[in-house]
Design a protein around this ligand. Structure first.
Ligand code: HEM
Length: 399
């Protein structure tokens, strides 16, 4: 009797498991999916990779498509809704559907290019514009070595109204304003922490600016814009010494290298006490970069929707190529420039407070990279890690 009961329990468990993992064969005769609604996405993915992302590059179209996911999704403000009745629908495709309105918002400068390039692919895809924008971003990122495979959902309704202006943060906004904008956008779904804001800014590891300094379009934010690595988090901590172009542009501050542009917002988020330790913690921590970005991106892409109402088609996204190298100090000539002119050298800033969990696990990663380049103007010597730790502990060394 006991044996019979046990076998019934086992059969039920197996049946339940089969129900969870049952897959449908897609009409293409090649793929299977957990939800039949995802089947059509395999062909859209392959067309995007081949014809839109140049056969699988992590290039300009990928970068612009990722930027577009953000500019569409962040178009939601419960605070504006209280005053005006409608504060935007989040990831609802409004930026493309109401292109003539939203691309005139200052923060969306230049985004019309990728909207126009995507349009024929949206039309051919049979997807809603809202779903397509987020899907194209995730497919694009899967071309970038080191990236996580991002989650994708379908089932979003397209916008019937444009998002209001001022929902997209600007590079000249203060950290206060940026953090509160994200908090507002996510306020109906539990808010968004400063750590999650830093996590979303991992996106700037595969990014460039066309419109901050129009004399040098396509200037990247780090020295490896085709790789989803932590180099951005290294280089944004280096001391800024040069404008790569004309300088004096709104939203730009000095960068550490020619050929690289630093946004004022990235510079300030790298140094603000609410975000600096999280920023430093990404250096050479690829598992964290991947998991933190993936989680924050997922939340962003369903803004304005209830995730439970959407269909999870994440299985359609291919695993990105692995990363082959660690973050490093920029090219050799810069090391030598640092040695020759230590006053202009790189200093890890700002400092994490000793005694916090960040001091050991995060700042030490930065110190390992920079120990021989840190110049102490008081002692006129290059500091060792031990000496740095003492100075940090006594709070004597502030930059
Ligand atoms: C504090 C928030 C943010 C600010 C102030 C900001 C600002 C900017 C600016 C000014 C540019 C250069 C645009 C140009 O001149 O062409 C840019 C590029 C970019 N941003 Fe952001 N951004 C923020 C957050 C994000 C987020 C959350 C994502 C994605 C999840 C993102 C993805 C990108 C990408 C991929 C590019 C490069 C586009 C390209 O190479 O054409 N950004 N961002």
């Amino acid at each position: 009797m006991a044996l019979k009961q046990l076998s019934t329990v086992v059969s039920l468990a197996l049946a339940a498991n089969a129900a969870i993992t049952r897959r449908v064969a897609c009409p293409d005769g090649v793929n299977t999916a957990t939800n039949a609604a995802c089947c059509a996405l395999f062909a859209v993915r392959d067309t995007l990779v081949q014809d839109f992302f140049d056969g699988g590059e992590c290039g300009e179209e990928v970068h612009e498509s990722l930027r577009l996911t953000f500019h569409d999704a962040i178009g939601i403000s419960p605070a504006i809704a209280v005053i005006a009745g409608f504060g935007g629908g989040g990831a609802d495709g409004s930026i493309a559907i109401f292109e003539d309105i939203e691309t005139n918002f200052h923060a969306n400068l230049g985004i019309d290019e990728i909207i126009d390039e995507q349009r024929p692919f949206v039309q051919a895809s049979n997807m809603t514009t809202a779903d397509f924008i987020q899907f194209a971003g995730a497919v694009g990122v899967s071309n970038c070595p080191g990236a996580p495979a991002l989650d994708v959902f379908i089932g979003r309704q397209d916008a019937i109204l444009p998002a209001p202006d001022k929902t997209v943060p600007e590079p000249f906004d203060t950290v206060d304003s940026i953090l509160s904008r994200f908090q507002d956008a996510f306020s109906d779904v539990g808010g968004f922490t400063p750590a999650e804001v830093v996590a979303l800014l991992v996106s700037h590891t595969i990014a460039a600016a066309d419109h901050i300094d129009p004399s040098i379009p396509g200037t990247p934010f780090d020295s490896t814009p085709g790789i989803f690595d932590s180099q951005f988090f290294v280089e944004t901590q280096l001391r800024g010494v040069v404008f790569p172009g004309t300088g004096g542009n709104q939203g730009e501050v000095e960068s550490p290298l020619m050929g690289e542009l630093r946004l004022q917002s990235d510079s300030e988020l790298a140094r603000d006490s609410r975000t600096n330790c999280e920023w430093q913690s990404f250096v050479n921590n690829q598992p964290k970069i991947q998991s933190a970005f993936k989680a924050a991106f997922r939340r962003m892409t369903v803004l304005g929707h209830n995730e439970a109402d959407l269909i999870d088609c994440s299985e359609v996204i291919k695993a990105p190529p692995p990363l082959k190298s660690n973050a490093h100090l920029p090219a050799r000539e810069d090391h030598e420039r640092c040695r020759a002119s230590l006053r202009h050298c790189c200093v890890p800033v700002p400092l994490c407070r000793p005694g916090t969990r960040y001091f050991r696990c995060s700042c030490s990663a930065v110190l390992n990279i920079w120990m021989s380049y840190v110049w102490d103007p008081l002692l006129s010597m290059v500091l060792t890690v031990d000496r740095l730790s003492q100075l940090f502990s006594s709070h004597a060394y502030q930059v």
